[in-house]
Design a binder for this molecule. Structure first.
Ligand code: SF4
Ligand code: SF4
Length: 321
């Protein structure tokens, strides 16, 4: 069997921050905060994947075994993680073994960053510089941000911040999961384009070109995709308890068996989707539905598109954003 794409491994669901848009902050009463144990980690078939991303809903560098985990995964595939950046200096040896390091930054404006993420931008800058100044060929350093209505204006400033820290690329993601009513309206995507958002994205693109760093902003116009960017045909998530999920959006570490979401102005609850083994996931009808949707691309005669699995119909990722 050819190798699969990526496996996302939720090595910890604990986090020292409480960012505004994080489900951990919105569902704190029922959040299950724990670290993945080594027994569970060792069962993951890294050899079957091209890439392992050691992060789920939580801060991976809080797992006390993170160094051993990086070493194990790196023997079989490329490895990366996304971090809030606060503990990079304590784990610098492991960070330098990664292929990809993504650091979450809310804005290049220190006050905006602190408002959204509740931590100092200065500390992050120091830690990112530490990596860029100590690395050889790796890791690639990516600044991951989330475009919010209230922060997008400062997107060009984030490009300056990234370049000053020695990062290679900025990726601007969408608020594609809206866990609470208070966050509705912070998304920058929709059925029509928002002029102010597009202007900020254009300015950021221009600045990135001037400074010679990469910049990608996720699409802002909603349109049903054959398969979402998470691509559950090729990729999966191993949750903190060892369950296999098609994506992180369908298996939050909460006590409930359902997931609340806000989708086009309404509150919906979707059942969690997870499997007990890789075998079960590979054979699942959930994965098969997306496979059949993708097959449409290779058919010469017009074919009816199988509908999205029910829990995906109210997920913004299914609409390309
Ligand atoms: S750093 Fe990440 S996991 Fe922690 S609260 Fe913020 S968004 Fe959530
Ligand atoms: S559409 Fe959403 S819920 Fe469905 S697999 Fe993709 S990311 Fe997960």
């Amino acid at each position: 069997m050819p190798k699969l794409g990526f496996v996302q491994v939720e090595v910890s669901t604990r986090c020292q921050l409480s960012c505004l848009m994080c489900p951990k902050s919105c569902f704190s009463d029922e959040w299950i905060a724990k670290d993945m144990n080594m027994e569970t980690f060792r069962l993951i078939p890294f050899k079957k994947f091209h890439y392992a991303h050691l992060q789920g809903w939580g801060e991976p560098l809080l797992n006390p075994n993170i160094e051993e985990m990086v070493d194990i995964a790196a023997k079989s595939c490329k490895v990366g993680l996304t971090t809030n950046g606060l503990l990079i200096d304590r784990h610098i040896d492991s960070i330098l073994k990664l292929d990809l390091l993504a650091v979450s930054v809310a804005s290049g404006d220190a006050r905006q960053h602190e408002r959204v993420r509740g931590c100092s931008l200065e500390k992050l800058a120091g830690n990112i510089k530490l990596v860029s100044e100590s690395r050889g060929k790796r890791p690639k350093i990516v600044i991951a941000t989330m475009m919010l209505k209230s922060t997008t204006e400062s997107l060009p400033k984030l490009i300056d911040f990234a370049a000053e820290c020695g990062a290679d690329e900025v990726i601007a993601n969408n608020l594609d999961y809206i866990p609470s009513k208070e966050l509705v309206g912070e998304e920058v995507f929709g059925l029509t384009a928002d002029k102010d958002v597009e202007k900020a994205v254009e300015q950021a693109e221009k600045r990135a070109e001037e400074l010679g760093i990469g910049f990608t902003a996720k699409p802002r116009l909603m349109e049903e995709a054959l398969v979402c960017a998470e691509n559950p045909v090729e990729n999966c998530v191993v949750a903190v308890d060892g369950r296999i999920a098609p994506c992180a959006y369908l298996n939050l570490p909460t006590a409930s068996e359902t997931i609340p979401r806000w989708f086009i102005g309404r509150n919906v609850e979707v059942p969690k989707v997870y499997f007990c083994s890789f075998k079960e996931w590979l054979k699942s009808s959930f994965r098969d539905t997306f496979k059949r949707r993708l097959q449409v691309l290779h058919q010469s005669l017009p074919t009816e598109l199988p509908p999205l699995p029910q829990p995906c119909r109210t997920c913004y990722k299914a609409y390309s954003v």
